[in-house]
Design a protein around this ligand. Structure first.
Ligand code: ADP
Ligand code: MG
Length: 399
């Protein structure tokens, strides 16, 4: 789960990672009013969307008066901000953060991520702040400083001093750097984060180390033990299809294609998507219904996939180990009876109780296309989709 910049800043401040004074606003009037509360004579207006690259996309603006803030906000509110991370549809701006502008002396990149290879929290830092980490690693790979944290002892101060030294930070600021790094690490660990990114972390003209941007992502599987983090969820920033799925306990990622996929297990879901592409089709989604899927759960997944207007054919691909093919088949039948499905449906079942599953499908009398292997399933769904599309076109032409 992602949270907004202002939420991450507030959270990090409790751990000694500081930012300039700022305030949140839900309307242009409130933004102007809040800038007067903050004080000073220069502010940055920052669109709160769950994506980076806002600066380049016009979502971060420097303002010199409260009228300018109000005008800037009038343009931002309600608009969709399209950055290189949002995809072409963009993300809606419903909240704006007003922050005192600070004189920047130096900018750094600072990230805490889970490194799966070393199975450790890894710190990634660079003196090339302001640039995205992908660009830094492409253009200035030598500028990247890395350190891993030994979980048994936690982040050590000497590691923080080493990072500060390698970044070429003024020795007078080392203590502030150590506090910042330790604070990020503690915030990461204590909230089960999977990422903390501060880009840029800056040294100001008056020698303060401040986080000017902050991004945090949390492990969804650990949210149950962090109710105060779950509360920060902002559905306006999520793909509507994905939030509906998350509410139903399904793991779903919406994609651009038109072949809906209902699969169990993330690995099989990926393989299914690849095979659909190989057969000449485009998957509309990634959907893992998980192990031990009951008929109700399968029906829920079906409804979810069918609620996506782009879906023109559905492929159900189940390898039942913990699952049972007969349950999946029951779920498919239940869904097809309840939900209006006017697109071709291909079902491939393998594993536990496969014969029972096939029988249920055959007995139902529903127009389900069956397939034996994954390749066969992919080819059948793509050709059924093509046939359906050309029939529809002929139908439309005849009308
Ligand atoms: P994004 O990463 O989404 O583009 P940032 O929060 O990093 O958004 O802001 C973009 C740029 O705006 C920063 O790299 C920084 O140079 C500048 N900036 C952001 N906040 C401030 C601030 N409070 N004072 C001065 N400059 C700022
Ligand atoms: Mg940034």
């Amino acid at each position: 789960m992602d949270i907004h910049e202002y939420q991450a800043k507030e959270l990090l401040a409790n751990f000694g990672v500081y930012s300039p004074p700022g305030a949140l606003a839900y309307s242009p009037e409130q933004a102007a009013y809040r800038s007067r509360e903050i004080g000073g004579d220069r502010w940055v207006v920052k669109a709160q969307v769950h994506a980076g690259g806002r600066g380049k996309a016009g979502g971060v603006k420097l303002c010199n008066s409260d009228t300018e803030i109000q005008e800037t906000c009038e343009e931002l509110f309600g608009r969709k901000l399209v950055t290189h991370q949002t995809g072409p549809e963009g993300k809606g701006i419903y909240r704006v953060y007003i922050e005192g502008a600070v004189p920047i002396e130096r900018e750094f990149y600072l990230g805490f991520v889970l490194d799966r290879t070393s199975q450790r929290v890894m710190i990634v830092a660079s003196a090339e702040g302001g640039m995205e980490i992908e660009d830094i690693s492409a253009k200035k790979p030598d500028s990247i400083v890395r350190a891993t944290v030994e979980p048994a002892v936690g982040l050590q101060d000497f590691q923080c001093r080493q990072i500060a030294f390698k970044l070429g930070i003024d020795p007078a600021l080392t203590a502030q750097m150590v506090r910042t790094l330790q604070g990020c690490y503690r915030a990461f660990r204590e909230h089960d984060a999977t990422m903390v990114e501060i880009n840029p972390l800056v040294v100001t003209g008056d020698n303060r180390v401040l986080a000017l941007d902050a991004k945090m992502t949390f492990d969804d599987n650990a949210l149950f033990r962090h109710p105060q983090i779950s509360e920060l969820r902002d559905k306006s920033q999520e793909d509507a299809r994905e939030s509906r799925a998350a509410d139903r306990g399904l793991s779903y990622v919406g994609l651009e294609g038109n072949i809906g996929c209902i699969v169990n297990g993330a690995g099989l879901a990926m393989a299914t998507m690849d095979t659909i592409k190989l057969a000449g089709g485009e998957p509309a989604n990634f959907l893992d219904i998980g192990g031990g899927a009951t008929p109700e759960r399968v029906a829920k997944a079906f409804r979810l996939v069918m609620s996506d207007g782009n879906v023109q054919a559905v492929l159900v691909n189940i390898f039942a180990g913990i699952n049972r093919c007969d349950w999946v088949a029951e779920g498919v039948v239940q869904a097809l009876q309840e939900v209006q499905v006017d697109v071709p449906v291909v079902v491939r079942l393998a594993g536990t109780n496969v014969e029972e599953g096939q029988k249920i499908l055959a007995k139902s009398g529903l127009p389900v296309i069956r397939a034996g292997t994954l390749m066969e399933a992919a080819e059948r769904v793509v050709s059924a989709w093509r046939k359906d599309q050309s029939e529809n076109t002929t139908l439309r032409a005849a009308q």
